[in-house]
Every structure is written in C-alpha cells, then in structure tokens.
Design a protein around this ligand. Structure first.
Ligand code: 6LW
Length: 514
C-alpha cells in the first residue's frame, strides 16, 4: 500500500472541512483577512489536493473593510453537499455573523451570503432523514433552520459542551446508522488542542460522551506534529473513515515557533464498539485505498493566463484597478493603493509559504515605483526586499520597530529578487539585539525556527543583502490565526512583475515533507 506524507495541504490552511460527492472529495479552510476567501480544493484520494478556486471571490460575499484586524474576517468553514447543492457555511467576524453560500458546482460560482441569526462561531450543517437541516455552532448548540432562507425554526438547543476543556468549538454532526455523533474540539487551537466525541439518537440529544475522550490529542507529547484538533470526518467509497484536521509543525528552541501557521493533516479513523477513535497523527501514514496522484504544479507563474491563479491572495481587498494582467501582457502590473505595508489598504498579491525550506524568486520591473517582495505575517510583522530609484533595500518591521538593515545599488530596469528560507545553520537570534565591539551581533540565545535570506540577482548570481531571524515572523511573536504569506507589493506608483517562482529546497530526513 502506498503511504502519504502529512500535512496533505501544507502552509496556512487551518480549520479544514471536507465532504465527498461520489468519488470526489472537496475541502475548504478558513482565510481570515485575506481576499479572495475560503480556498476550496478537490481530490480523488484525500491525499493529493488541487485548489480549484476560492468560495468567496467577490466583495458582495466577503466584505473586509480596513478596520478588519489581521486574523479577523473569516473563521472556520464547513462544506457539505445535500440535494444537489454544495453548501459552505462560516463566520465573518467583522459582523460576528454566520452565513452560508451555495453552488451547484464546487468551482463556483457560489451564491451571495444567506445570513443567519445564530450565536457562536464554527457553524456546521447536517440533514436528518426527514430532510430537516440542523445548524450547530460553537458552545455546541444546534438549531433547526430553513436551508433556503436561513431562518431559525427550532432552537438553539444546547447539546453537549465537551469534557470541560476551554473553547468547546468546531462541532460537526454526523448521522451514522441509528446514531447522531457530535465531533468537536476543545482546549483551544494551540498546544492543548484536542478532539472529543459524543452521540445521541436524535440531533436534539440527549448526547452521551464517548467512553474515551479526547479521541485525539498530541498535547504534552514530544511528537513533531502538535496542536492537533479542529477535525472533520469523511467516509471513503470503500467504507473506511478518515479525519481531516489542523495541526502545526514547530521549530526552534522553547517555546518553539510555527511559521507556516496551522496546516491540514489527514489520519485514519478506527471504530471501537460503535465509537470513532483516531491518531496519533503521523508524518507518514498508509494511504487510503484509492490513489490518484496529481502532476506537480509548475514552480513559476508567468502571469500569462487571463486571470490570477486561485492561490494568489491579498489582505482584505484587491480593488479593480490595483492590478492588471493586460496592461503589460505577460506581466502582473500593480498600482499602489496605499503608501505602506504597515497599515491596511495597500497593494499586495501573495501566496502562502508551504515549506520550511524554500526559495522565492521574483522578476520585478520597478519602473519609477517603490515595489518589492515581502514575507508577511501581518501589518506589524513583515520583512521586505524593496527596490526604489536604483536602490534595493531590506526593511524589517517587527511590532513597534522598523529598520532598514541593508541597501545595495541595482541597475535600472528589471531585477530578480530572491528570498531563501532555511531551517539549518541558523543565525544567532539577534536583529536589533546587542552587538560586540566590532559591531557583530552577540548570540544571546539559541536558534529560532529559521533564517530568511534576501538577495538580488546580478548577472544571474544572487548577491546577499541580509539574513534575518525568522522567529519574529512567527505566530508565537505576532500572535493570530494565520501563517506566512509571501507576496509582490507596490507602495508608490506602479510596478510590473514578469514572473514569480516558488520552490521547496530542503528535505527533512528520509525524504519526508520539508
Ligand atoms: C476557529 C476556531 C478556533 O474558528 O479559532 O481556536 C478560530 N479555534 O475553531 C479560527 O481558527
């Protein structure tokens, strides 16, 4: 039997939800302040996933005004298929309201939102044999709703709030045989995350907890995969059950740091006396029966297509007029909509970093603009490699601190910018820390999670401008629910990007996922 490597969807793809329609699986994740929102993936084997779009790809579906903070916006989604329609339900934290959209085809178009007046977050949908639709939200209250208007018909009915862990959330109801199973998470989305189970004869309850809870947690273990939780389940055509969940891969010295954010993992579910159990989540598992590998996506996007690929995201909005693929055919032209990356309302088009060891190369024609490539966690935590008026500079923004750490003259015209991320032979952990008499940084501690190198290519040869400690672009430092996004930006005038290249560079031991 083939085996597969976890995570199955690397990079910041948290709060995954999955459903199966025939031989096809569809998966969605939360997306917070990013537009377009709620990426949707397709697979034929739960292991190889291709992004087929974003469920929320127009402002009428996804209002994210500048006031929306980083890690605000769209929280956990659920995807389900019923009566020939796909449903995606989630929460927009800007209005703190739950809503669902529907589509006949998973690639869209998806409808405009149907808003619900239900408390809580992490909404789930399930249908009973009478075709009644039940919407369950965090804190575990379920409500019978009209799935066309969203109107509440019965409830909210408090069902089961877990074993006492904090933040009982991410509920999913499953009607399996004569039972209704409630799968949920508790403990919070960090190191104490856990998955628990209860069941009842009816969605109204009463729910009895499983004989063993939690059914999955990695808390307190030395496992390389941590924070396992926020799970959904799906039954494969061969009757085997699988759990899709979020987890993290942390690097560095204590408290360890996650830089890629919460990723999507897969693990088999076993049934014991009518109860599902799962885990531990391994870096490598035996694969499901069906095996449908996908071609490796090209490393380079040449921006030759009519539209931007679904992997390209922007903070809060990507106003028409701020980007173009036709002004300079074969190039992505960006126009500044704000003077700085330090505040919402700027032009940034990026993609999620999906490997710890990787390289980004970008071909930029800055023209008379101020533009570059940035590694971003949020407006207060980003490292930028910028070109303006013949000078390339590396700028670091860490909380209240902003510093230009290197400059170098570059020839006029197009220039290739390179960002290399590595998890080996790391820099001593100081950027603005103490330096010795010769101005050398004093290594006051031991390694962060990684080191980011910023270079410009001169005659095809990378010339290193600066290397920076990656811990300052981690969730543990910046806080929040997202992960690193690396992107092209312009903060003055206009600039054009010929291509963007992304490659994984390192290999964890014995070929596992870097
Ligand atoms: C998600 C909820 C959670 O909706 O965080 O911590 C929210 N747990 O389940 C954002 O990921």
């Amino acid at each position: 039997m083939p085996s597969f490597d976890n995570p199955v969807v690397p990079g910041f793809h948290p709060d995954p939800s999955v459903c199966r329609v025939g031989e096809d699986y569809y998966l969605v994740c939360s997306s917070f302040e990013y537009f377009p929102g709620v990426p949707i993936f397709h697979s034929r084997d739960l292991v190889h996933w291709r992004q087929i779009g974003n469920v929320l790809d127009r402002p009428s579906q996804l209002p994210l005004p500048p006031r929306v903070p980083a890690s605000g916006g769209i929280y956990a989604p659920t995807i389900r298929h019923h009566g020939g329609l796909f449903y995606m339900i989630t929460t927009n934290m800007d209005s703190e309201r739950n809503f669902f959209v529907t589509a006949e085809r998973p690639g869209g178009p998806w409808s405009d939102p149907v808003w619900l007046d239900l408390p809580g977050i992490d909404p789930d949908l399930a249908w009973d044999d009478d075709g009644e639709c039940w919407c369950t939200t965090s804190g575990n209250r379920t409500t019978r709703i009209d799935p066309s208007s969203g109107k509440a018909l019965e409830g909210p009915i408090p069902i089961w709030s877990g074993t006492g862990g904090r933040y009982p959330e991410a509920p999913h109801l499953f009607h399996i045989g004569e039972w209704w199973y409630l799968l949920m998470s508790e403990g919070g989305t960090e190191r104490a995350h856990a998955v628990s189970i209860a069941r009842a004869r009816s969605p109204r309850g009463p729910f009895e907890p499983g004989p063993v809870n939690p059914i999955l947690t990695h808390r307190g273990t030395a496992r390389p995969i941590q924070s396992t939780g926020h799970a959904d389940m799906v039954c494969a055509p061969d009757g085997t059950w699988w759990m899709i969940l979020l987890a993290t891969r942390n690097h560095g010295f204590t408290p360890e740091f996650q830089v890629l954010g919460r990723e999507t993992f897969l693990t088999p579910v076993r049934w014991a006396d009518g109860w599902p159990v799962a885990g531990p989540v391994e870096e490598r598992h035996e694969a499901p029966a069906s095996w449908h590998p996908l071609p490796t996506p090209p490393a380079r996007d040449d921006f030759d297509a009519a539209g931007l690929a679904p992997c390209w995201i922007s903070p809060r909005a990507r106003p028409d007029g701020s980007w173009s693929l036709t002004e300079r055919p074969g190039w992505l032209t960006l126009h500044a909509t704000g003077p700085t990356l330090d505040r919402p309302g700027h032009t940034f088009v990026g993609r999620r970093q999906q490997h710890h060891d990787c390289r980004f190369r970008v071909r930029l024609d800055p023209g008379s603009g101020r533009a570059g490539v940035s590694v971003r966690l949020d407006e207060a935590h980003h490292y930028d490699l910028e070109v303006h008026e013949g000078v390339a500079s590396v700028n670091a923004r860490i909380g209240p601190l902003r510093q230009t750490v290197a400059r170098r003259a570059v020839p006029p015209g197009p220039v290739t910018l390179v960002v290399e991320d590595r998890t080996t032979d790391l820099l001593p952990p100081s950027l603005v820390g103490p330096v010795d008499a010769d101005g050398e940084p004093v290594g006051v501690g031991v390694g962060g999670p990684d080191t980011l190198g910023f270079s410009v290519e001169v005659d095809g040869v990378p010339a290193l401008l600066a290397e920076l400690d990656g811990r300052y672009l981690s969730t543990e430092v910046a806080t929040g629910f997202t992960g690193r996004v690396v992107g092209m930006y312009v903060t003055e005038g206009s600039a054009a990007f010929d291509w963007f290249e992304y490659e994984a560079t390192g290999h964890a031991p014995d070929g596992r996922r870097p």
